[in-house]
Design a protein around this ligand. Sequence first.
Ligand SMILES: Cc1cc2nc3c(=O)[nH]c(=O)nc-3n(C[C@H](O)[C@H](O)[C@H](O)COP(=O)(O)O)c2cc1C
Length: 739
Amino acid sequence: MIIMQWRQIHRWLGLWAGALALLIGVTGLILTFFPVRDTWQAVRAEPGLPVALLAQRTAAQVAGIEEIRRLPSGDIVAYSFDGDQARASRIDPASGQVLGDYQASAVERWVRNLHRSFMLDDPGRLGAAGVALAMLLLTLSGTLMLARRLGGWRRLVAGRIRGTPAQRIHGFTGRILVLVLALSSLTALYMSASTFSLIPSDADVDPDVISAPGELPDLPVGAQPLLQALSADGLRKLNFPSPDDPEDVWTISTDAGDGWIDRRSGHVLAWHPASVARTAYDWIYALHTGQGLWAWALVLGLAGLCIPVFWVTGFLIWRQGRVQVPRLENNSPARRADTLIFVASEGGTTWGFAQALHEALARNGHAVHTAPLERFQVPESARQVFILAASYGDGQAPAHAARALDRIARLTAGTVPVTVLGFGDRQFPAFCGYAEALDRTLRAAGWPQTLPLDCIHQQSAQQFDRWGAALSRALGEELALNYVPRIPPLFPLEVVERQDYAGGTADPTVILRLRWQDSGAMARLMGRSMPHFEAGDLVGIVPPGSPVPRYYSLASGFRDGFLEICVRRMPGGVCSGFLHGLKPGDRIQAFIKSNPGFTLGVSRHPVVLIGAGTGVAPLAGFIRGNVRKTPMFLYFGARNPDEDFYFGTALRHWLEEGRLSALRTAFSRIKDGGGYVQDALRRDADRLRALVAQGAVLRVCGSRPMAAGVAEALNEILRPLGLDVRGLRERGRYAEDVF
Ligand SMILES: Cc1cc2nc3c(=O)[nH]c(=O)nc-3n(C[C@H](O)[C@H](O)[C@H](O)COP(=O)(O)O)c2cc1C
């Protein structure tokens, strides 16, 4: 429940306070330049130089001196009144000589005013404090949302951020800078609170002290005991006693505290050690401004630079999110609908199924209302309700629906049947976890249902049809669910190379290498260019004359600079036939579908890859991308090394390079070829056990019967370790891509 609120807060604040944060970020970025420059230019006193000596040297060179200040950069400035001329001079602490006039930068002052108060004095300061609070809430809500998106707090640091480039840039910069931004906001709030006297500060109460009257002459500054004892390293300012006032005293302010000294005797008349509040303020000030901490100032500058990036990418994400919900032409108002369909979707595909259900029911004369799940309601007119819900992270709700479950749990059960259909992916341990949670809640509350919970794996159109048929029977009406997958934006790809395997006992197969065109930075940011993909993700290709895309596993990643697939020609296959007919220079349209449960990411543990036939394609992609040379072991089953040893040459090359540690083959159609891939596994049982004991990650790709055979063999092999495929899968160490 809280997360939904955070999300709303994040969006709302991001859009509205974001514009002001942009101004504060840019001015903050400019302001960090000054401490860096000042530190580089500063002429500092040698460490440990006594204040007495510094003051003596300076007083000898500067007539009418009144005050010496040490700036946060380390520069020493003397303020004097010579005749009627007030002067500020930069001093060389080694000699006391004047280096030149000191002038605070007017640009710096102007930018600081803009940064602190938008040039509006106190109301502006309050506004700036409001923006700091907004920034703090933005970083907090953003962190919560990112943790959730990555599937838990533990993945917050290293988990892979997926999505459009805008989403990835937003998440990536946020992850790096969240601490700096939170600290900047917190320190700004503290300073604002101090400005408005909301927190106790060190009220500078001067003690009521005077230099004792007497005939003695002034003790020379160089002989003042306290000034001899204090080092210039911690000096803030030293005020000289006025020549015209015999009762005036020396006043010194240091990091450790403030002191008052008799001008004639040199006695310390009062010493106020720095209070905790003052020390805290000093640290907070330095942390916020980077003054005296030039490296930190650079980090702050980077954070300031990121704010415009945040704002722009955040805005783009918001826009992209808005266009996902399809426009349903015949959406009845909820209060008049007899059928309600509620949808929870992150990637948008579930909406396509909802649309098919909506249209089928509407064609049958129902008044259908479809809406996002967070608007769940059962109006009086309702006769049936459906919830179509995808699962994310660790079986969690899609972000927009995070609060829906709590809402539904609070409702009193009615008599209208509420049926849940889940969408998920079996690769994830919590398969359809969110749909299950919804169903559990509804049943526990006592809502009836038209059909029991069903779960659709990987957006299977066939499974959805079967569910539709069951629904037809349950409702006693003919339902024609025309689910047409919503095809995401297509990208043109050009064939650059093809490598043919003529087949023989195996079907003819081709490895196609394709390339895309760069569509420019703006299109990339908006997610309108070729999206990033990884080996093991899928490319969707819509063959001419068919509305349904076919998916092929990718044997390359975006970083390889090309897209490669391995296509077996299926007898009568529309898409495989089309792809086999392509020659270099031909173009096709395609889109990328992520396959997050299967792709490998960066693995610190050894990797065991098991594939047969064209199923070796994504595994070859993993090996190709293994630039870190993580130990990878490939078990490859084919029929005949002369016919279907796909990627054979590349695999041998990767073995030599060390991207592949070992290759074990099994050829089923030649004498002494080693049988099937599961036979190769059994022969290597000892090594497999050792690898799994070391934490190995396993990926299996090939036909369904092959995957079943592999799982059976592995279960036998792993039994002595007390492990099995199911357990490994639950821990995210085992995933299959089967066809
Ligand atoms: C990052 C990510 C995490 C996922 N986590 C799960 C999960 O925990 N359980 C599950 O069953 N499916 C999971 N899936 C699969 C989606 O639920 C499935 O692809 C669904 O059909 C997507 O529907 P949508 O496009 O409407 O969001 C995940 C998908 C992605 C991209």
